[in-house]
Write a protein that binds this ligand. Structure first.
Ligand code: ZN
Length: 189
């Protein structure tokens, strides 16, 4: 379903926004609504995912050990925080954060894209950033293992895999979840 909405685009200020709502039924996750705001003039896009069924604060942990794990599905709502401690990278909710449905490889690709941008913004950190990019390459080829952690206090996100570990987030963990887009601890091993 597509609706033209009467609001201006936050990027180009034109009244050319459309709102798309799609109901998805994802196996082992449930029914959810995927909503997307799209500007027909400049291409601005913002997506979100909302569960339609009962959900609770969740913590998912998946060990990425081989190339098969790259195909595990990842549903990240705007309230989800994705962390890969081995590369010190974190994708947190923020005003510009986007919801996405992808797989583990897609998440790694997003981190690669961000690191490549950082390479241009912080040329002095070149060595450290290249080291992280190499590490992601090793993880992708199963030469190094890593952990993909996904926390969502609203329960709208998930990692779908037979070996994923899932549990409820504790009150303490919910309090410690931050808002901040993307952080990476450059130089950390
Ligand atoms: Zn626009």
């Amino acid at each position: 379903m597509e609706t033209v909405i009467d609001a201006v685009c936050p990027i180009c200020n034109k009244k050319t926004l459309i709102y798309r709502v799609e109901e998805l039924d994802i196996p082992h996750f449930g029914r959810c609504l995927q909503t997307t705001l799209i500007c027909k003039s400049c291409g601005f896009r913002h997506a979100d995912i909302m569960m339609l069924e009962v959900h609770e604060p969740v913590h998912y942990e998946l060990k990425i050990e081989n190339e098969n794990d790259l195909y595990a599905k990842v549903i990240r709502s705007t309230s989800g925080t994705i962390t890969i401690p081995e590369i010190g990278a974190k994708l947190e909710p923020g005003p510009l954060s986007e919801a996405f449905i992808t797989n583990v490889e897609g998440v790694l690709n997003r981190f690669v894209d961000i690191l490549v941008q950082l390479l241009h913004t912080y040329p002095s950190k070149r060595e450290e950033i290249l080291k992280l990019l190499r590490k992601i390459g090793h993880i992708r080829h199963g030469k190094e293992s890593a952990t993909l952690i996904l926390d969502d206090p609203l329960g709208n996100s998930a990692i779908l895999s037979e070996k994923v570990q899932r549990r409820k987030l504790t009150e303490e963990e919910i309090k410690n979840l931050k808002l901040g887009e993307f952080t990476i601890e450059i130089g950390k091993k």
